[in-house]
Design a protein around this ligand. Structure first.
Ligand code: GAL
Length: 805
């Protein structure tokens, strides 16, 4: 019998209705290829018979903004990345086979920025203002079976500014065609929870929503089984026969998993639930739902625990852009970002400030990240003239419900955030809206806590005092962490956003030991002597509301009840170059630059958050003789570090108390700087930096030398400018010309500079502080892709990438 007991416990698990890497599951096929695009408005283009022969051909995902030119006159402003918006049209002509007649056919969009309107064969299917939400339309009634059909999509990102960061424009996430029987699992139609979990066994509950569009009631059976990571069926929930009315109906099944393999950040073990709907022994639908079994708790005193073990949430906030690729989703590019973050010990991601691409959650499930899944940056009150506040009243319920339905089965999702720095924090309207949003979340998922990210987390905050949220989210205010329980006795804490420190990768220009907040009038002080809009890479400059990296981490580290932190940000992102003005056009907040190159602070976190031995010294060793230079070292697994300059010891340093680095003040002379870390007198690690000579050659280093010939896979090639002895030239800015031979192309180029006006596209780009990046994208044919890089006065270099079917 179907059972419908309320879900009680703050213990979880998960499912994924989406798949990474574009395979077809759950009746979906990739619908990304063979689109036509026109940049501009054309109302005729919605008509089926419109002639789009002259339009540009392209494959999705696509972001037209990233193809544009940086200009301070673009209405998005530097906050939006100084790139163009506008209106664009997409069309795709396709055939649905005659044999599919009798099936239900849908189109799924994972995300379109923004205000999309979709037509099939001239019929309007709907409009969706929210640029980050996934949505489905049914095509069945309008299809020409066995003949040609046309989907037309208008994307309207003309009203600007509508975002505080770079949004991108267009159909920038994947699109799917979904073919289903008339009786099938509904859209986002499963919900898995694990109300009881112990090392001995777990109870798994599956709710399945079936959709019957036959027009009459039908007898069907539903069979579900749990499959482990090796593909072995470990338990099946009985085949039950149901009389299915002509509507949507939810059924429940329950399983026991003996000795479950628990999902954790270090061992993200995934099961799958496979559900089959059958009639007269014929399979009508097969629906796969990945499942992770884990339990967790946020405790007012002890902080966060996962599977009964205390765990600090070591997170970063990130926006959705992928640097030089713009907003156009690429699963490998996302995976690379997560690999780099894992490498520094990060275990959590906040999807600031909007629902992410489904592929991000798939990857977090697989790679072991805790996700704070965020819904909104505004409610009814604006931050920008044309932002989501315009649509909040009409759309928030639908958007939030769809986010929950899509994401609630991911084991990686642990926290729902219903808003970031919501302007209503001080208004009584917050009481009404917070309660409404919390009600929507609870109606679909009670297994995860709700939070908001508050920049005014004092007791005057009406969102917090509404009682609607479970975790009190602090944005910044690290000085107030220690006294949290004086302010909020018995409440649970999460550092929803911390830090906002500034660094430019590879740039060092001021004494390192004085911490500075940028002042009200930035241009009067810090900016002086920084005509090129760069910030010193010593961790000593932050927003007035923020902290240096070390300041916030020291506080979070100190107290168990501080369950964790989400640093602003993991990666630099396009837009919000605060506090700089034009020509800056991307942020300085990242631990990693826009091209994916770690800044020095990355190694502070690595030394604190990982178990691998770390010794990292900074800065480079190319200065004017006689200059006083501060040398810093981040290290772990050692009691001390000794620094040598040209063989002469500059002394042994040990971190004292809460120290996170050691420092020597050194009179510069060219040569070799060498650091040795030691434990009990035994060398743990050594690092040397040599004064680099003139640029002598180009080195190309590919992150993947073998990629898939699937038209999506990428190889990220780092360009390094070296001197004759192989030292990185730390101020090299050579213009590099690229050539590609083989079936593939350059998807983007970058160098991590926040002020570069060079296009991310084309075949030439400068390096910045010695480093550059070229992103190679595979074609569809197996073979070799060769990248050649040349620059004036340097011998050219090349790297060969193998593409495999
Ligand atoms: C926060 C905000 C972020 C970003 C950051 C920069 O207040 O939530 O979106 O703007 O400041 O410091």
């Amino acid at each position: 019998m179907p059972r419908s007991k309320p879900l009680l416990v703050l213990v979880l698990l998960a499912v994924v209705c989406h798949t990474a890497f574009g395979q077809s599951v759950n009746g979906r096929t990739d619908f990304d290829n063979g689109w036509k695009f026109y940049l501009g408005d054309n109302k005729q283009a919605k008509e089926a018979g419109y002639n789009d022969a002259r339009w540009r051909s392209l494959n999705l995902p696509h972001d037209w903004s990233i193809e544009g030119k940086f200009s301070k006159d673009n209405p998005a402003g530097i906050g939006g990345g100084a790139l163009p918006g506008g209106i664009g049209w997409y069309r795709k002509t396709f055939t649905v086979p005659q044999t599919a007649q009798g099936k239900q056919v849908y189109i799924d969009f994972d995300g379109v920025y923004r205000n999309s309107e979709v037509w099939i064969n001239g019929h309007l299917l709907g409009k969706r203002p929210n640029g980050y939400i996934s949505f489905r339309y049914e095509l069945t009634p309008y299809l020409n079976w066995g003949k040609s059909n046309v989907i037309a999509v208008q994307v309207d990102n003309a009203d600007q500014p509508n975002s505080r960061w770079y949004s991108g424009s267009g159909i920038y996430r994947n699109v799917w065609l979904v073919t289903k029987s008339k009786i099938a699992v509904a859209h986002w139609g499963t919900y898995v929870t694990t109300p009881e979990v112990s090392s001995a066994q777990a109870t798994v509950k599956l709710q399945t929503r079936l959709r019957n569009t036959t027009g009459s009631s039908q007898q069907v059976t539903i069979t579900s089984k749990i499959v482990d990571a090796s593909g072995k069926t470990i338990t099946a929930a009985g085949t039950t026969s149901y009389r299915l009315p002509d509507t949507l109906t939810t059924y429940e099944q329950q399983f026991t998993v003996k000795q479950p393999q628990l999902w954790s950040v270090n061992r993200p073990y995934l099961y799958q639930v496979v559900t089959q709907v059958k009639q007269n022994n014929q399979v009508l639908d097969t629906y796969t739902t990945p499942l992770g079994i884990r339990y967790f708790d946020f405790d007012a005193d002890k902080g966060f625990s996962l599977n009964g073990q205390h765990l600090k949430i070591l997170g970063v906030c990130d926006h959705h852009d992928l640097g030089c690729l713009g907003a156009a989703l690429n699963t490998r590019a996302l995976e690379r970002q997560l690999e780099i973050l894992k490498g520094m010990g990060c275990n959590a991601i906040r999807t600031s400030h909007n629902p992410p691409a489904p592929e991000l959650l798939d990857l977090c499930d697989k790679m072991g990240f805790i996700v704070m899944d965020e819904a909104f940056d505004t409610w009814e009150k604006p931050k920008e003239k044309y932002d989501y506040h315009q649509f909040f009243k009409a759309w928030h319920k639908r958007d939030l419900e769809d986010q929950l339905l899509r994401d609630r089965n991911h084991p990686s999702v642990f926290i729902w955030s219903i808003g970031n720095e919501i302007p209503e924090q001080r208004d009584s309207s917050a009481l009404r809206i917070a309660a409404d949003l919390a009600h929507i979340v609870h109606s679909l998922d009670k297994t995860r806590p709700i939070t908001t990210a508050n920049n005014n987390p004092d007791t005057g905050n009406k969102i917090i005092s509404s009682g609607a949220i479970d975790l009190v989210g602090y944005n910044y205010h690290h000085q107030d962490y220690a006294a949290f329980h004086q302010r909020y006795p018995g409440k649970r804490f999460i550092g929803t956003e911390t830090t906002s420190a500034l660094e430019t990768r590879g740039h060092y220009d001021m004494p390192s030991d004085s911490i500075r907040r940028w002042p009200e009038r930035w241009d009067q002080s810090l900016k002086k002597g920084n005509a090129d809009n760069t910030v010193s890479a010593y961790d000593n400059v932050s927003a007035p509301w923020g902290s240096t990296h070390e300041e916030s981490w020291k506080e979070i580290k100190k107290y168990d009840f501080l369950s964790g932190m989400f640093i602003w940000t993991g990666f630099d992102y396009l837009g919000e170059p605060t506090p700089y003005e034009w020509p800056s056009r991307s942020s300085y907040f990242g631990i990693i630059d826009l091209a994916g190159f770690p800044k020095d602070i990355y190694y502070m976190y690595q030394s604190e958050w990982t178990n691998k031995p770390v010794l990292h010294i900074l800065p480079h060793w190319n200065w004017q003789p006689g200059k006083t230079v501060d040398v810093w070292a981040y290290y772990n697994h050692a009691d001390e570090v000794e620094l040598y300059l040209n063989g002469k010891s500059l002394g042994v340093k040990k971190k004292q108390g809460e120290d996170l680095h050691v420092m020597w003040r050194v009179k510069y002379e060219p040569g070799t700087l060498k650091a040795v870390s030691r434990k009990n007198g035994k060398t743990v690690l050594t690092q040397t930096i040599q004064t680099a000579g003139k640029a002598a050659r180009i080195e190309l280093v590919a992150d993947h030398k073998v990629i898939k010939a699937d038209s999506r896979d990428l190889s990220f090639v780092t360009v390094r400018i070296l001197d004759a002895n192989g030292n990185l030239v730390p101020d090299a800015n050579n213009l590099i010309h690229f050539k590609v031979a083989g079936n593939g192309h350059i998807a983007g180029m970058d160098n991590g500079s926040e002020t570069s006006m060079e296009s991310f596209q084309g075949n030439q780009h400068s390096v910045f502080n010695g480093l550059g990046l070229a992103v190679l994208q595979a074609g569809t044919a197996a073979g070799t892709l060769t990248l050649t890089a040349s620059a004036d006065g340097l011998p050219s270099a090349n790297v060969a990438i193998k593409m495999q079917k």
